[in-house]
Write a protein that binds this ligand. Sequence first.
Ligand code: ADE
Length: 254
Amino acid sequence: MQFDVFSLFPEVFPSYLDSSILHRAQEMGRLRVDLHNIRDWATDKHHITDEPPYGGGGGMVMKPEPVFAAVEGILGDPPCCPVILMTPQGELLTQKKANSLVEFSRLAIVAGHYEGIDERVREHLVTEEISIGDYVLTGGELPALVLIDILTRLIPGVLGDPQAAEKDSHASGLLEHPHYTRPENYRGWIVPEVLRSGHHAKIDRWRRNQSLRRTLERRVELLTDFELSEEDIEFLDQLKNAGSSGLDDKPASE
Ligand code: ADE
């Protein structure tokens, strides 16, 4: 998968892109990220990329010409792939949205800055607007990295365990179960016995129940769209009847 990122601050990207799984994905040839500095496409003497808004008011607005010139200069006119603007006004980024975006082999990402970006960029260049949450950051660079990260994990072959992405919180529609590793006893906090039993069917059921419990406790609205099995429903009923004290299979750490 290939990304073309258009930003006024491309220097903030490399340290994250050159670490861990994103680095490995690039080494494997499954991920390519080309960073483009919008300022390089500003043709005036001072390479101005922002100006005060028409109509007054505070802040600065990103000018349209350098953004159009950068995106069209790299991707053609019209651009050869979707052009995503990271903005708090966009569609909320969810795992489901990520699953649909990973189908594209190439995506352009425009990271907005200052008070905003000239509306003509939105209307005539950008094909999608995406938000990473209902809060406002100083710019679209972190959101762009979030988008690249979430999509890279979904590229086939990038994660060591091919099922890892499917097991994640949100991928199945439920939050993920708790994880434990050695030591078995840490400061008296013991790993649940079932996980040490070697009994795979029981472990699967325990994990499923923990996912259900977490989702019920933390994000109950996710259960509305989730297809529950009879066993799931039975477990959730037991949980609700047991009240806040919960059931025996609560992890030792909780
Ligand atoms: N730019 C500033 N805040 C943002 C957000 N929440 N999502 C995407 N882009 C942004």
